[in-house]
Design a protein around this ligand. Structure first.
Ligand code: M6R
Length: 361
């Protein structure tokens, strides 16, 4: 039942405020400025013993993991990184007992992720799951984990589940941080930020009409560039994947800092750039990248916390805490992908050549 929406993608994009609310419900502990994650199976002693975090997933779930790794580094100061599960499996990885492995998956059935989990377990590693589907294979095979509670996601293209994965990583990062050196004040600050998310998501979605118009402006592009830095980079990668999947427009994502090392050669009016420009300590650096693109007659659509003068258009999103901004900045770009695909008459819920869960190698 699509409840009045024309596609599941549109419905699921609009379910995000409620979905995030569900991910937070019952988990926040104001007294100790932390969160409780029931199924984690990791006591305070285990949490303090973690020396490194390795996150494994595929596609959108891998991108959620990249944001998650940054959150864990920032809030818990544990070295963390994300890698496609498929790559990890095939390179005979060093499995380290002091590393906490986290498998991320909407379906909980993705073969490459499941095989990575099984391999890790054979080698004696501790593996947690960050999964949407309750009781799925990955949920069963892991030692504990977090259900992201996005609710059923039908569209092949993941939207609300991505958002809830990133929120769940925020909860985990806060939890790990508070068992280590994260201050009570920072704990409170992050909790306040998390609580603001549902309302801010609703605010972004209320702006849908403007994004629909913008999709019309850019639907003629043969190819699009997505750029961001640090927190904005995985957001750019995910937005680029979204556009490719539903509209079949070619898109690339680069760190803004890498432009001058090659991709700047592609910039011309027919190759618009979507730039993620948060108001954080990299704002001036991001603005410099916009200038470089403008100087080559590139069209720019910025997603930012304030109007960017160098951009042709800016989608202004509400500001949260710096660490949580990536959760919000991708949401208008889900709508951009949706409206672009719609204008092109694409089969939005079932893009060609793709399946909802990839249970084969
Ligand atoms: O079910 P999973 O999260 O394990 O699926 C992983 C990817 O196949 C999935 O995210 C894919 O990239 C989606 N089509 C993204 O929209």
């Amino acid at each position: 039942d699509m409840g009045g929406h024309d596609t599941y993608m549109h419905k699921e994009i609009h379910e995000q405020a409620d979905a995030v609310d569900r991910a937070l419900r019952g988990r926040i502990d104001d007294r100790f400025s932390t969160v409780h994650l029931g199924g984690l199976n990791l006591d305070a002693r285990d949490a303090r013993a973690v020396r490194r975090v390795k996150i494994l997933g595929c596609g959108t779930s891998y991108h959620a993991g990249q944001i998650g790794a940054q959150m864990i580094e920032e809030l818990a100061r544990i070295p963390a990184d994300a890698e496609p599960a498929s790559e990890f499996r095939y390179r005979n990885p060093v499995v380290d007992p002091d590393t906490l492995y986290i498998a991320v998956s909407q379906s909980g059935e993705t073969y490459d992720v499941l095989a990575a989990v099984q391999e890790l377990k054979r080698k004696g590693a501790r593996v947690l799951g960050l999964v949407n589907v309750v009781g799925s294979a990955i949920a069963r095979e892991t030692d504990g984990g977090i259900y992201v509670h996005a609710g059923p996601e039908v569209c092949v293209v993941s939207t609300k589940c991505f958002t809830n994965m990133v929120v769940s990583f925020g909860l985990l990062a806060l939890h790990l941080g508070r068992t280590r050196d994260l201050s009570v004040a920072d704990g409170k600050r992050i909790i306040a930020g998390l609580r603001k998310l549902p309302e801010q998501i609703a605010e972004i979605l209320a702006n849908e009409g403007e994004i629909e118009k913008l999709a019309g402006e850019y639907a003629d592009a043969k190819s699009m560039m997505f750029i961001g830095r640090v927190r904005g980079y995985p957001v750019a990668r995910e937005a680029s994947l979204k556009l490719k999947e539903v509209s079949y427009i070619h898109a690339e994502a680069y760190p803004a800092s890498e432009l001058k090392h090659g991709p700047l050669a592609l910039i011309e009016p027919a190759m618009p750039t979507v730039a993620i420009v948060p108001n954080d300590d990299l704002l001036e650096k991001n603005r410099a990248a916009l200038e470089e693109i403008k100087a080559r007659s590139g069209r720019i659509l910025a997603v930012a916390h304030q109007v960017q003068e160098k951009a042709d258009h800016t989608i202004v999103v509400p500001k949260n805490e710096d660490e949580l901004d990536p959760i919000l900045m991708g949401i208008p770009l889900q709508l951009l992908a949706y409206y672009t695909a719609k204008a092109m008459g694409r089969d939005i819920d079932k893009p060609r050549n793709l399946a909802k869960s990839v249970t084969v190698e």
